[in-house]
Design a protein around this ligand. Structure first.
Ligand code: COA
Ligand code: MG
Length: 293
């Protein structure tokens, strides 16, 4: 998933518009974009939308962001949306692998009740929204085969830390959030799942979004969340492997195939070893997934 667009679950017009905006995934939101008194209606609307949208032949993946466990709302959220069969649940304010195990168990029971195959609904966790979560970012590995990605957030974390700001005057994340970002990246790599970059809230600033997306890709993120449809084409472009990157990956794989007995190869005066081979394979898999491989 290159682009994952948030859409408030109570906004039918935005849900419709989101289906056609080119995002690889939609995150139908029951959490922060829905006020407390609107939660029940939002659940109903999310379930109706997912059931209907799920029938489309060509469609984005459909995720639902539920409310965090501490709110006491998560069980009713899952009761409402699991029968509609979303592709994945996004778990906010996740505190490590234990919370993924807990989500897995809750999903398993509801899949059984709804007559869905065990494990059919995946999990993406937001891994850095509480101070505790930062210290647990390395515990996601092996928690559940459902886990497919980790992402991070700076808004809830800054509130929890009591910070006045999370970005500097130029819009760059300050140290505590750069740490959260790095912990998400390392936690995802350790758990062998996708690392997904956080949202850029300044949705009219296309140049800043492009720069932030390119920096994320450089560092190992393979997708980014969005809050506005205008952000989607930029994110898709940045996270689609370029022709040059594909050619380089093919050259690395070809060089290793031509020298199966070697652990390192040289191409145009540069050394490549096994980690480069693994990276090249991953890049080609991503290219194939979006039809440019
Ligand atoms: N998904 C689908 N459509 C969206 C959208 C979204 N996330 N955000 C905006 N649109 C639509 C608008 O409805 C509008 O449609 P129209 O041209 O048919 O009227 C069009 O895109 C242009 O929107 P714009 O006027 O530029 O923005 P806005 O003021 O209507 O909305 C936000 C701004 C931030 C409220 C809106 O982008 C939004 O709701 N984003 C998601 C928020 C969210 O889920 N946050 C939680 C995660 S951090
Ligand atoms: Mg939040």
């Amino acid at each position: 998933m290159r682009s994952l667009l948030f859409v408030p679950a109570n906004d039918a017009k935005k849900l419709d518009k989101a289906m056609a905006c080119g995002a690889d995934a939609l995150i139908v939101d029951l959490e922060d974009s829905i006020p407390a008194q609107g939660k029940a209606n939002a659940r109903t609307s999310a379930a109706a939308f997912i059931s209907e949208a799920g029938k489309a032949a060509h469609r984005p993946r459909l995720l639902v962001r539920i409310n965090g466990f501490a709110t006491g709302l998560a069980d009713a959220d899952l009761d409402a949306v699991v029968p509609a069969r979303p592709d994945a649940i996004m778990l906010p304010k996740a505190e490590g692998g234990a919370d993924v195990v807990r989500t897995d168990a809750k999903l398993l029971a509801r899949e059984a009740i709804a007559g869905l195959p065990d494990g059919s609904i995946r999990i993406v966790a937001i891994a850095t929204e509480t101070a505790t979560a930062l210290f647990l970012a390395g515990t996601y590995g092996g928690a559940s085969a459902r886990l497919e990605g980790l992402t991070w957030g700076a808004e809830d974390l800054s509130a929890e830390l009591g910070a006045e700001a999370n970005r500097d005057g130029e819009g760059r994340f300050l140290d505590p959030y750069r740490l959260a970002r790095a912990l998400c990246l390392a936690g995802a790599a350790a758990a062998r799942v996708q690392a997904i970059d956080t949202v850029a809230v300044d949705f009219r600033n296309a140049a800043a979004l492009r720069q932030e997306s390119e920096e994320a890709r450089r560092d190992g993120f393979t997708g980014k969340m969005a809050i506005h449809p205008a952000q989607v084409p930029i994110i898709n472009e940045v996270f689609t492997p370029s022709a040059a990157a594909i050619a380089e990956a093919r050259a690395v794989i070809a060089a290793f195939e031509a020298n199966p007995e070697r652990g390192t190869v040289g191409i145009d005066g540069v050394m490549y070893d096994r980690p480069h081979l693994e990276r090249a394979r991953q890049l080609l898999a991503r290219a194939t997934a979006v039809g440019v491989g």
